[in-house]
Design a protein around this ligand. Structure first.
Ligand code: CS2
Length: 488
């Protein structure tokens, strides 16, 4: 017999080891419209929110919206929005069902319902986890006016496709309807993420209606946040792990035990008391964000490219390679930690030691290729910004140069064990073309890639010393391989 499918009706029959919402979901109000209903949101913000709803803040149900694919809605709608978070710690799994996602929509298929939710008077927070590339940023951090979705949305003729277009249209309608104030809460790994999204939204609005842009500036808060939890993409074996508990969940999410959320306490309207669920509400999130973007995400990207080149598959497998784990310690010590301001109460060496432990968690199969995705959108804030700061401080960021060379070698599409990988990146055409043309010639390959100003700022790419470091690291990787070149 097939195990029962997770749903409101089957909740009471689930095995008692599975924690589940004890509140009345039918009575939930929806106070949050969330764009980007991926695994990360479901294992992070939705869990903090579930806690607060369970504590009685029942106005904060989430309307979760996917911007492209109907896959999440198709999996979760038959489950009434319920899904499992499988937390995997060194000692074992624990399963918990999250009830905070009260509604699941696919924007392109249900544009009217999505817009109605975004503009509803009871929606007081529009939050986002849509990944770096969805914000349509240009190399200088401003709005990419050449982006086809931005051009299309600026005509105002059709339902918006881009995130800035969708936000501006929702805010325009809220203003026209005199809806109560709402906050836009970015939960993506961008530097100064709230400020950045505020700037992009305003820049888009400016092109449509300068008065709307001025209204957004004064009426809508864009607090910055630092979000952290390692959430690998769900695999069939994870569905099987849930089925072994005695019920079927079409899309559970897997996460490590660690979770952190630091939020700037600047909201235009009300918010859940997320601090009572463990979030840290602060005046300025910047130092937390820098620390996490550089030490966690910068190390992740480094491991993704060098580890994939070395033929390892997951973060924990890569960490089991002494050359790779040793190199991360060097990267932190030499090039990343020196760029971080000392902050009272934050022990940076304890932080990186804890990161190394988290990366080693063998029960989390975090595929390196998942992290390697969209390198053109990730490298600037994770590694290139710190490299530039080191150069300006008179130091040569040699470890970062090796990480950058790792990305360049990765673009050739083959690993050292004869495996092949695709380049999944919004700039893949250009990157793959550059890699194909240059081939395994370190000078030609590094010259071609360093010339891309949408990724490398001129001040870094034209620095002779840095170019030399990247070139020689790339040559070593291509001729001697990852392990041998990191050991030397
Ligand atoms: C990762 C992040 O895929 C990636 O680029 O670096 O998703 C990382 O796992 C999270 O930011 C951890 O909080």
């Amino acid at each position: 017999m097939n195990p029962p499918r997770l749903s409101t009706a089957s909740l009471p029959c689930l095995p008692s080891v599975v924690r589940r919402p004890a509140y009345d979901r039918a009575a939930l109000g929806i106070g949050i419209a969330h764009l980007g209903l991926g695994a990360f949101h479901r294992a992070h913000q939705a869990v903090f929110t579930d806690e607060r709803i369970a504590a009685g803040e029942t106005d904060w149900g989430i309307s979760g919206m996917s911007l492209r694919s109907p896959a999440v809605r198709n999996a979760l709608a038959p489950q009434d929005g319920l899904y499992t978070v499988l937390e995997r710690g060194p000692a074992g799994d624990s399963a918990r069902i999250i009830g905070s996602v009260a509604e699941v929509l696919t924007v392109p298929e249900q544009p009217d319902r999505a817009m109605a939710r975004l503009t509803d008077a009871s929606t007081r927070i529009i939050s986002l986890t849509v990944t770096e590339k969805a914000y349509c940023r240009a190399a200088d951090g401003g709005l990419d006016h050449a982006h086809p979705d931005i051009n299309r949305d600026l005509t105002g003729d059709a339902f918006p496709r881009s995130v800035p277009g969708l936000l501006v249209e929702a805010l325009r309608r809220r203003r026209a309807a005199k809806a109560p104030p709402c906050t836009v809460l970015c939960c993506d790994n961008l530097p100064r993420n709230g400020e950045t999204v505020g700037r992009l939204t305003e820049a888009f609005a400016m092109r449509r209606d300068p008065q709307l842009a001025a209204w957004i500036r004064t009426e809508v808060a864009f607090p910055s946040t630092m979000v952290d939890r390692i959430v690998p993409s769900t695999q069939d074996e994870d569905r099987a792990a849930v089925a072994a508990l005695g019920y079927a969940d079409a899309w559970p999410v897997v996460a490590e035990p660690f979770t952190q959320w630091v939020i700037e306490d600047r909201f235009s309207g009300p918010r859940p008391r997320w601090e009572a669920a463990g979030a840290l509400l602060v005046d300025d999130v910047h130092v937390y964000e820098l620390m996490k973007l550089r030490c966690l995400n910068g190390a992740h990207s480094t491991l993704a490219y060098l580890g994939a080149l070395a033929g390892t598959e997951t973060v924990s497998e890569a960490m089991a390679e002494p050359a790779l784990a040793g190199f991360l310690s060097r990267l932190w010590r030499e090039d990343l930690l020196p760029t971080l301001p000392a902050t009272p109460g934050v022990d940076l060496s304890a932080y990186t030691a804890q990161l190394a432990d988290r990366f080693r968690n063998p029960r989390i199969r975090h595929r390196l290729l998942q992290i390697a995705m969209d390198g053109s959108q990730k490298l600037p804030q994770r590694l290139l910004g710190p490299a530039l700061e080191r150069l300006r401080a008179g130091a040569m960021p040699r470890a970062i140069a090796i990480a950058v060379a790792g990305w360049m070698a990765f673009l050739l599409g083959a690993d050292e064990r004869g495996g092949q990988h695709e380049i999944d990146d919004p700039m893949s055409e250009r990157l793959v073309m550059a890699a194909r043309t240059a081939g395994r010639d370190a000078t030609a390959l590094s010259n071609a890639l360093l010339a891309i100003r949408d990724i490398f700022p001129g001040e870094l790419a034209e620095h002779e010393g840095f170019r030399r470091e990247v070139r020689s690291a790339l040559d070593a990787l291509l001729t001697r391989g990852v392990r041998a070149s990191l050991h030397s």
